[in-house]
Ligand binder design. Structure first.
Ligand code: NAP
Length: 250
């Protein structure tokens, strides 16, 4: 069993997750870089970490399926034999639609990935990290969104509601495992310049929204990753159940 701490980042191949992986690798974490379909992007992240002298592996798996989650955790167990941190970062949005237009299929997938995937991953992490289960403690960071607070009317209320569920989950889990060495916090990104906007049919969204953001610009994935790394670190040893806006004042 290796001594360096192990971090699993869901959706670590691109965007915010990829920045978290790179920063964590540079900070000495051994990193499991999860992806669902873009193996090349995940491998590029792993290559960067290794080039900097760090340790990382790619881990394929769909967090929106029970089998996918099981295979992700069995890969982490097999490769590292320990787990010290989880970033529940994998998340999806949809095309802009009103609530009365959203299909059942879209709604179920949104909640399967954003909510149930994060919930199950946290369950697996607690089973490995909680002192109640013989673990040595650890930290979980869930990724919400400012959309959880403002509702995303006319765009993706289903996404906003899925992030609202993550917020309640974070508070409840944090209190449940606080005495077991596991801290659970969340970050609320605002408008961050990543691929997610193109996947929601609005590739220029980050740039177009700039004027509505108090800081007059979208954030970068690295700026969100810095906040996540802080919450994972021992510098946040008395922080649990907290929510940190990384939104340029939005
Ligand atoms: P992104 O650029 O679209 O990247 C999404 C990442 O998640 C990719 O690595 C993707 O893997 C992975 N992924 C998607 N579905 C998955 C699944 N079912 N199983 C495993 N991995 C999956 O997204 P992002 O903008 O970095 O967003 C990351 C998180 O921040 C999300 O939870 C998002 O809701 C949240 N957030 C983002 C913003 C923003 O403005 N960007 C704002 C608020 C909150 P592949 O590469 O294999 O496709």
């Amino acid at each position: 069993m290796s001594e360096a701490r192990v971090l699993l980042v869901t959706g670590g191949s691109r965007g915010i997750g990829a920045s978290v992986c790179r920063l964590a690798g540079a900070a000495g974490w051994q990193v499991a870089v999860n992806y669902v379909s873009n193996a090349a992007a995940a491998e590029a992240v792993v290559d960067d970490i290794r080039a900097g002298g760090g340790s990382a592996v790619t881990v394929q798996g769909d967090v929106g399926s029970e089998l996918g989650l099981a295979s992700i955790f069995s890969a982490v167990d097999g490769t590292f034999g320990r787990l010290d941190g989880l970033v529940n970062n994998a998340g999806i949005i949809g095309l802009p639609q009103r609530v009365d237009e959203i299909s059942s299929e879209r709604l179920e997938r949104m909640f399967a990935v954003n909510v149930i995937g994060s919930f199950r991953a946290a369950q697996e992490a607690v089973r490995r990290m909680s002192t109640r289960h013989g673990g040595r403690g650890g930290a979980i960071v869930n990724i919400s969104s400012m959309a959880a607070l403002i509702g995303a009317a006319g765009q993706y209320v289903d996404y906003a509601a899925s992030k609202g569920a993550i917020e309640s989950f974070t508070v409840g889990l944090a209190r449940e495992v606080a005495a077991e060495g596991v801290r659970v916090n969340l970050v609320r990104p605002g408008i961050i310049d990543t691929d997610i906007h193109a996947s929601g049919g609005l590739p220029d969204r980050a740039r177009e929204m700039a004027a509505s953001i108090p800081m007059q610009r979208p954030g970068t994935a690295d700026e969100v990753a810095d906040a996540i790394l802080y919450l994972l670190s021992d510098a946040a040893s008395y922080v649990t159940g907290a929510a940190l806006n990384v939104s340029g004042g939005r």
